[in-house]
Structures are given as C-alpha cells and as structure tokens.
Design a protein around this ligand. Structure first.
Ligand code: GLN
Length: 546
C-alpha cells in the first residue's frame, strides 16, 4: 500500500501535548495492525539538541544509532514500543547544513538556492526517508512549535506540498489546540482555535481533525461550534481533557473514535481487532492506591522535570510492575553542597543520580553516592551517576579526597574516570561522544547479571569519559565488581559494590529502553531493592526479558 502520512501541527500555545497525542495515535494504529513510525520536525537551527542546555530543551533522547534527539522521540518509543532512527528527528539546522554543503560542492550548477524549492525539497526528502528506513506503512509527523511561528513556515510549506504529491487519500492533517478556560464566566473558549485554524489555512493547509486540549470537560455544543467554524467533521473534533495518567491518553484517543475516523479517512482496513486489555490493566494499576516508596533523584536540573523525563518514566514503569507507588523527590545537588537536605537523604528508600555534564553540583552528587554507600540505601547511578559512584568509592578506599574524574579536575592525582584515548583529540562538541547502542557482556553472579538474566545486552550510550582501567584490579580487590564489560573487556559498562544491598552504576542509559509494559531489568531490580529497604509488599515479577 502507498505510505500514509498523518501530520500533527500545534495551535494557540506550545506544550499542549502534541507529542503525546501523536504517540497515542501511533499506538492506536499499531494495535490495529499497521507498521508505524514517527518523525519530529524541529524548527530550531541547532543541528540537534545535543549541544543545548536541558534548561532550554529538556532531556536529550538517544536512539540506537546514536542520534541525539528531542524528548518527544522518547514518548513515541515508549507509547508505540518501536525503535526509531536518526531520520526520525530533523531540524532546520540539519536541513540547511545539507543544502549549503551541496551548494558549496557545486551540486546546484549555478542556480540560486531558495527556501522554496531547495529547502522544502530537502525537508520532503527527509520525510520520505522515514518509511524507507523503518518500513513504516503509516508515518506520523509532528511539526515542532506553534502555527504562526516564523521558523516553522518552511516545514509547513513542505508538508502542504506532500499532499499534492502523494494525494489527499494518503495524507491527513491533525491540528492540536488549546481551549482556554475563563474563570469569571466558567466557559471554555474556542476563538483561539478558530484563529489558529485560519492561520493554518492561510498557508494552504486545512486540518482534517482538531484535537482540542482542555483542563475541563468539553460539551457537545462546543464540539459542534469548532466543527462549524473550522470546517471539519464533528466526529473529527476530538476533545482531549487533561488526565493525570499519561498512559491513559491512547485509551482516551480510542474512546473518542480517532482510530475509526483515521482508518476510514485514509481508506485503510484494520488488520486486527483492538485488544486493549493489557493497556487498560496498566492504567487501572496506575490508578489503584498502592504502598509508597520514596526515591530521591539528585541532579542539577531538578527544577525542570523534563530534563529527566526518561529516568522518571523508567522508575514509574518499574514501580508499577512492583505494585508500588513511586514518591519521587527532586533534590538539587548544589543544595546538598551547602549542607541542605543531606539528613533527609538518609531517610529515603532509594537514591538515583542520573546523567549530566559540567562541574556544577558535582560534589553534591558525590555526597549523595556517599550517603547511599554508607547508609546502605539502594543506589542507581546512570552514566555520570556511575562515574561519581566510582569517585566516591575511590575517595573512600584510596583515602584521597581529591580523587576525581578528569572532566572536573584535570590535575587530580587519582583520575579514576578519564577520557577515552580516542576522545583526546576531539575539539568539536556536537555529536562527538560515544553515542548509541553498544554491547555489554555481563559477569556471572553479579547483581546486574541476575537482573538481566542474559549474558549479552545492548544499551544506549552518551558520554565522553570512562572508568580508568589502571584502577580496575585494585578496586576489584577492594569490593567493587565490574559486572558489565564491553565484549573485548576493555571498557567498564557496569560497576557495583559487593557489600551493599544494591549499589549499581551503568555507564550507559538504561532509561531510554524502558517501556510502560516492559520495565527495564536494571530499573526493576533497583525498585525491588528499594521496596525491600522500605519494607513494603511488592510483586516479585517474572524475569523481565527485553
Ligand atoms: N559527563 C560525563 C561524560 O561525558 C557523563 C555523561 C552523561 O551522564 N551522559 O562521560
């Protein structure tokens, strides 16, 4: 069948959950038996978000092939349970870099290079790459930003052209908007949606469906009004009321008849009956009152929870499967350095130190690792969290408080975490880390090996620094186990302590591969250890296989 395209644009305001809506629709179509992939078009000029501060952009989500992408790709992978690739996130920066590169090589033979057609053609070429590289039959495409932004215009023009090229029957435009609530009169307002649709029309795109996000129930008359003013079928006006349960969105989308409408509109025959039992059970389990466990996440971007979104989701997945409620406290590592909150940290059931870069707040994270080690609190270190667990251990066993990673102290006498030789000569910051999927061999009898129940796993990486092998033998003798190694034995992928209930650090980012219905084994083992510490009843799950 011809590839079908569903485009998602945003109206009225940003952050209305376009990414989650696209992900939920993707899930629905996958469960109807179609091969689905999602692509995000980001209008900013950075080549990728890899060089952006998490304060600007939230988390950087890493794919198997090492692409550093927008956090929406995390929603897509988690909801739809797919593995995406680097063509699934494109930016203005990438598009222009490609076109300018061709111009310099002389590929345009004297032509004048313009937004239309050169930039829009390059965007369309990249849109077409999705089905070619993933085999997807239905490609969902989310345009970042809000209609009316100057920088998204070339993307909107490109997606408009796609309809004329592949046909109306193969394309659909979904506009996701926001209905503001006026407290004084107690009303939801549709006017901003009408304006936004008019704006979209003025650039030649008529939406086929409007998803109207709202914090309050949307009644029938409002749906009718939107349908009439925006010229879409009433069935295609989908009210989407805010839910505290993220994974309920696919069910809401389904209940609103979105699946049927899309299938009909695109002339598709569902290949299988929807079976949502597993998903419904999941949502029911989220809502069920459960015993609580307290986990402290120690980081330096904690004001912005989106900076750690995959870590939070992975913890939630594992807690859900253990049948417990995750109470996550966000601890600022710089506060710990000032002596604030360290005592409270001793009373949590688990500590987690996620990834990060740069020296701000580093000592606070080392304090967190120290507290976990000395108080025997379950600890999970992810990438930087693993490196700092090693630094704390080094300081304790070597009796040298200045032991460090050379990322934070180039002159340290004990560089227990150091640059890989191949990183020494690199000067460019963008896309030059150890990125993407690498194999990791598990050492029998370790906590990590038991958690996985497998000998060889593949995990996603994003770092420059590594455990310094000069210390390997010595640390092993002192109680650190290197439970995961690269198959050639050269790189430490997982470290753990032997005389501790659960102190595990991974050089990779397991959080990127956790799924709501299939928690990551390392997160599951960690949460189980946290439950033991908290003394709460939990389901001992069957070995979670990836
Ligand atoms: N800054 C560390 C490194 O580059 C850790 C990176 C991370 O946590 N993702 O190795």
């Amino acid at each position: 069948m011809a590839t079908k395209y569903i485009f998602f644009t945003g109206g009225v305001v940003s952050s209305v959950g376009k990414g989650v809506t696209a992900a939920a629709v993707g899930r629905l179509l996958k469960d109807l038996g179609f091969q689905v992939a999602v692509q995000k078009l980001d209008p900013y000029i950075n080549v990728d978000p890899g060089t952006m501060s998490p304060y600007q952009h939230g988390e950087v989500f890493v794919l198997d092939d090492g692409a550093e992408t927008d956090l929406d790709l995390g929603h897509y992978e988690r909801f739809i349970d797919v593995r995406l690739n680097k063509v699934c996130n494109i930016t203005t920066g990438q598009v222009y870099a490609e076109v300018i590169g061709k111009e310099r090589r002389g590929d345009y033979l004297g032509g004048t290079i313009q937004v239309i057609p050169h930039i829009t053609n390059e965007i369309k070429r990249r849109i077409a790459m999705v089905s070619k590289t993933t085999g997807a039959e239905i490609v969902l495409i989310e345009v970042g930003g809000t209609v009316g932004d100057i920088e998204s215009l070339p993307f909107l023009e490109a997606i408009r052209q796609v309809r004329t090229e592949v046909g109306r029957e193969n394309t659909m435009y979904v506009h996701v908007t926001w209905l503001p609530y006026i407290g004084a009169t107690g009303e939801l307002k549709t006017k901003p949606t009408q304006h936004s649709v008019r704006e979209l029309r003025s650039i030649g795109i008529s939406p086929d469906m409007i998803v109207a996000r709202s914090d309050y129930p949307v009644d029938e008359s409002l749906r009718e009004k939107i349908a009439v003013f925006c010229d879409v079928d009433k069935r295609a006006v989908v009210p989407m009321v805010t839910t505290p349960v993220l994974y309920e969105v696919p069910l809401l989308v389904q209940k609103a008849g979105v699946g049927e409408y899309i299938v009909q509109r695109l002339g598709l025959q569902p290949r299988q009956q929807l079976n949502w039992q597993e998903w419904e059970n999941l949502v029911e389990e989220v809502k069920r009152p459960k015993p609580a466990i307290k986990v402290a996440l120690v980081g330096k971007y904690v004001e912005l929870h989106d900076a750690y979104i995959s870590v939070r989701e992975a913890l939630k997945h594992a807690a859900l499967h253990a049948g417990v409620e995750l109470e996550l406290s966000w601890v600022h590592s710089a506060e710990l350095e000032k002596g604030r909150g360290l005592d409270e940290l001793k009373h949590v059931d688990g500590i987690i130190v996620p990834g990060g870069f740069g020296s701000r707040g580093i000592e606070g994270k080392i304090m967190a690792a120290r507290t976990a080690r000395t108080e025997k609190i379950p600890y999970l270190g992810l990438c930087l969290g693993m490196q700092l667990m090693v630094v704390d251990f080094a300081r304790a066993v070597l009796g040298d408080e200045s032991a460090n990673s050379t990322e934070f102290d180039r002159a340290t006498g004990n560089p227990v975490i150091d640059l890989m030789p191949e990183q020494n000569a690199i000067t460019d910051m963008g896309g030059t880390m150890r990125l993407g999927l690498y194999p990791c061999k598990l050492q029998p009898g370790t906590i990590a090996a038991k958690a996985y129940g497998e000998d060889l796993v593949q995990e996603r990486h994003r770092h420059r620094f590594e455990f310094n092998n000069t210390y390997r033998k010595q640390f092993e003798d002192l109680g650190m186990r290197f439970s995961g190694l690269s198959p050639d034995g050269r790189l430490v992928e997982i470290a753990e302590l032997s005389d501790h209930p659960f102190m595990v650090g991974t050089q990779f980012h397991p959080e990127f591969l956790s799924r709501p219905n299939r928690p990551h084994p390392i997160f599951q083992a960690y949460i189980n250890a946290v439950c033991e510490r908290a003394g709460v009843e939990y389901h001992k799950p069957k070995a979670a296989k990836k």
